[in-house]
Write a protein that binds this ligand. Structure first.
Ligand code: ADP
Length: 357
């Protein structure tokens, strides 16, 4: 074999090897990759790109980029890579979907072909989390600012002379205390929720007597219920045993029964019952309150979601109670659900996996 021919064959073997390696590499990438030629038609793409962009377009190869993605900035970046050999980064929001990509576009040469490559990094999830984080922060700031503004205003009033007004100074101090308590309550709930969400809380499910737990919660909330003349009724039989972390179940019941009292009518009632359904324990808290409309029902387990923000604040709510219950139920491998009829009342049910013995 001539020297030149052996070099030629070696070069071809190397190119084949490179092609295979590149193919394998692109195939395993989570990022979508699209390579276009000088005619702006796609001549290579990977399975991730097919999944992301081909659903309504069929195969990508030989299509013009503009048939697949309509975005002026992206097209301009590909043009720059083709004509000026420039690398650019572009953020792409796919119209009609909630998909967002961070795209790197660069010149690309292979097999003596010149073109441009786009690598699409899906940032939709990061964006979503960032929105949730920002919304959470803005909610917290708002919730803390309201009582704080009130505290500052009343302190100023006292400083301006109201401290000597024997008829009113205690009333003002009382408002300050109530607002400080609200901030305290809110911060406790935020810390609690954040510990649960970050997995710092572990639960220890054991056989627990449900009836005793209910009685305990009733005792703690008896003053609040009496103030509103709301009757607390336990329909749970004495020997009912559920498999749960007793402290956490008490916390869930406290939140639900507290709400059932708060959002009840004067002279109404709250009943707690237990049933076995589909092999699971179902603990239900039913009230005779105003009920919750369908549009709110979907969202009340979200952090800070309240059907009437001002009213919930007035009656001492943080908007975090149900989010905490939802997380605690899930930590038990269970779930929380709600049904409601406007004008008649609501039933919140905690479903817990049954004892496994
Ligand atoms: P809050 O601290 O405001 O009670 P929650 O997370 O416990 O926060 O509840 C969220 C919202 O769900 C409440 O503000 C209220 O609008 C609604 N809600 C909860 N429980 C009931 C109920 N038993 N009856 C009517 N509305 C309720």
């Amino acid at each position: 074999m001539s020297f030149l021919k052996s070099i030629f064959l070696k070069k071809h073997a190397e190119t084949d090897q490179t092609r295979t390696t590149l193919n394998e590499l692109f195939k395993t990438m989570r990022e979508s990759v699209i390579v276009i030629g000088e005619d702006t038609r796609i001549f290579a793409s990977n399975p991730a790109a097919y999944d992301a962009f081909a659903r309504s377009n069929g195969a990508l190869e030989n299509k013009r980029l503009s048939e697949i993605i309509r975005d002026l900035n992206l097209h301009e970046a590909f043009r720059k890579a083709l004509e000026e050999e420039k690398v650019s980064d572009v953020e792409l929001a796919m119209v009609g979907t909630d998909k967002k990509y961070d795209v790197r576009i660069a010149p690309f040469a292979f097999d003596e072909k010149r073109g441009a490559i786009g690598i699409f990094y899906d940032i939709s999830q990061i964006e979503r989390l960032e929105n949730v984080r920002q919304e959470f922060l803005s909610n917290i700031s708002h919730e803390l600012r309201t009582p704080l503004t009130s505290i500052l205003a009343f302190v100023e009033t006292l400083e301006d002379g109201a401290i000597d007004d024997v008829e009113n100074n205690l009333r003002f101090l009382n408002v300050i205390r109530r607002n400080a308590e609200r901030m305290h309550h809110l911060i406790n709930d935020i810390l609690e929720l954040s510990s649960i969400e970050s997995g710092k809380i572990t639960i220890e499910p054991k056989k627990s007597n449900l009836s005793n737990l209910v009685e305990e919660v009733f005792m703690n909330l008896s003053n609040k219920a009496a103030e509103k003349r709301v009757k607390l009724i336990s329909e749970v039989s004495n020997e009912t045993i559920v498999f749960a972390d007793a402290g956490r179940l008490e916390q869930m019941l406290t939140n639900l029964i507290d709400n059932a009292v708060k959002f009840n009518r004067e002279g109404g009632s709250v009943s707690i019952s237990h049933a076995t359904e589909g092999g699971n324990d179902l603990i239900s808290v039913t009230d005779t309150g105003e009920g919750i409309s369908g549009e709110h029902l979907q969202r009340i387990f979200e952090r800070f979601y309240r059907t009437d923000r001002a009213r919930s604040r007035d009656i001492g709510g943080t908007g975090l109670g149900l989010a905490i219950v939802k997380h605690l139920a899930r930590l038990h491998g269970g779930e929380i659900s709600v049904t409601s009829t406007i004008g008649k009342g609501s039933t919140f049910s905690i479903e817990l996996p049954k004892i496994s013995d």
